[in-house]
Design a protein around this ligand. Structure first.
Ligand code: XIL
Length: 385
């Protein structure tokens, strides 16, 4: 099954569905209200997010693509896909200099053939890296290994992925740098060197820093990442976006300051996104509030949940996703859809009364993110090994 490539790429672009389904917001709401409808707006997460120029994504696991319930839901609801494991360093360069893109391409080809974009995840990380990386020693040799990896993977997907998580989870909870092979051997400069290498490798991809537990504005880790991004911006280090994993699982819950955090990062001049969302027991309030927080920040470009059904989750024991194990939408699904559509579901207006448009009918802000690519009518071809 393993396929080896030396940087060959054969992925024609697929049009970005987001942005093509717009302009139904206020008018659609009004019509719905007049008709005393029980529902209005878009009927899928991706369609609803697209009304404000955003995307709604999911992690896609290549091992699930033979499950028709999984693929049916994923193709219907989402317009962005993040490979759950398939583009991580241990998957793409298990042996130094030998790049394997079979699993990554499987996700890429499936997603783009269903009108979805793909978010690259991830190039430099402490986890899920091959043993040759953890065995690197010496500053120059470690830097070379990191740069070769970035160059090899980004060359394969050059021009095809609107976002790349260049560096993932580089901070400790106290705001200091995580002592992984990159930090230990190269030192503080490795993150900016990773971003500079990535920019040179693919000038079209937006380059992101991605992390968990950075949702609370007053938290030391959030401040550590914020100060890094601020420093990068002030020195011209190429960084375009920050991903907030929003794993509200494993004992975490959504902090009240999350929208403030998103706004403050966005004010530095980066896109922000919710990149791996899951919430213990799919708490409706937290899902609603994290969706509203993104909608309220113009540079919040989209939300990605970390899996389709609860049974697909890396934390399935917490039932943290929007669909149950049988593929049924949960209460949190309806809450997120309604939030994206800008208003709660309407109750029928009693006859003889004048319907009143809902107070929050208009999406909070017009999103400014530019759809990463121009739509193309050309369907993607299957990847050629
Ligand atoms: C997880 C995957 O969901 C699991 O299948 C895998 O075993 C471990 O990694 N932060 C990240 C993601 O950036 O890549 C992780 O995904 C979850 C935490």
């Amino acid at each position: 099954m393993s396929e080896v490539s030396n940087g060959h790429r054969a992925h024609p672009r697929m049009g970005f569905r987001v942005g093509r389904v717009l302009a139904v917001g206020a008018a659609g709401v009004l019509i719905a209200a007049v008709m005393a409808s029980t529902a209005f707006g878009a009927s899928t997460l991706g369609g609803a997010a697209a009304q404000s120029g955003r995307y709604f994504g999911t992690a896609i696991n290549s091992g699930k693509l033979g499950d028709s319930q999984y693929t049916t839901i994923a193709a219907r609801e989402f317009n962005m896909a993040t490979p759950e494991n398939e583009m991580k360093p241990d998957a793409t360069e298990p042996t130094r200099g030998t790049f394997t893109f079979s699993a990554g391409d499987t996700v890429y080809n499936w997603a783009t053939s269903h009108g979805m974009k793909v978010r690259g995840h991830t190039l430099v990380w402490h986890s899920q890296i091959p043993s040759w990386m953890t065995s690197l020693s010496g500053s120059a040799a470690t830097l070379a290994g990191m740069q070769e990896h970035i160059n090899g993977v980004m060359a394969h997907y050059k021009g095809e992925l609107p976002y790349w998580d260049v560096v993932n989870e580089a901070f400790n909870e106290d705001g200091t740098r995580r002592a992984d092979v990159w930090q230990n051997n190269i030192g503080n400069s490795y993150i900016e060197q990773a971003f500079q290498t990535a920019r040179a490798a693919d000038g079209a991809a937006k380059l992101c820093y991605n992390d968990y537990n950075i949702e609370n504005w007053s938290y030391a880790k959030t401040q550590g990442v914020y100060n890094m991004v601020k420093d990068f911006k002030s020195r011209g280090i190429p960084i375009d976006c920050v991903g907030f994993q929003t794993h509200m699982t494993g004992g975490s819950s959504l902090p009240a300051s999350f929208q403030t955090t998103l706004s403050n990062f966005a004010a530095l001049g980066v896109d922000v996104a919710l990149t791996e969302t899951d919430v213990t027991n799919a708490d409706v309030t937290q899902y609603t509030n994290l969706t509203k927080a993104c909608l309220a920040v113009s540079r919040c470009v989209g939300i990605t949940v970390w899996g389709v059904r609860d049974s697909d989750s890396w934390r399935s024991g917490e039932s943290p996703l929007l669909f149950d194990g049988s593929g049924n939408p949960k209460a949190a699904y309806t809450a997120v859809l309604n939030a994206l559509n800008g208003s709660p579901v309407q109750t029928p207006t009693p006859s003889g009364q004048t319907p009143t448009p809902p107070a929050t009918a208009t999406p909070p802000q017009t999103a400014s993110p530019t759809p990463p690519q121009t739509a193309s009518p050309t369907p993607p071809s299957t990847i050629t090994p």
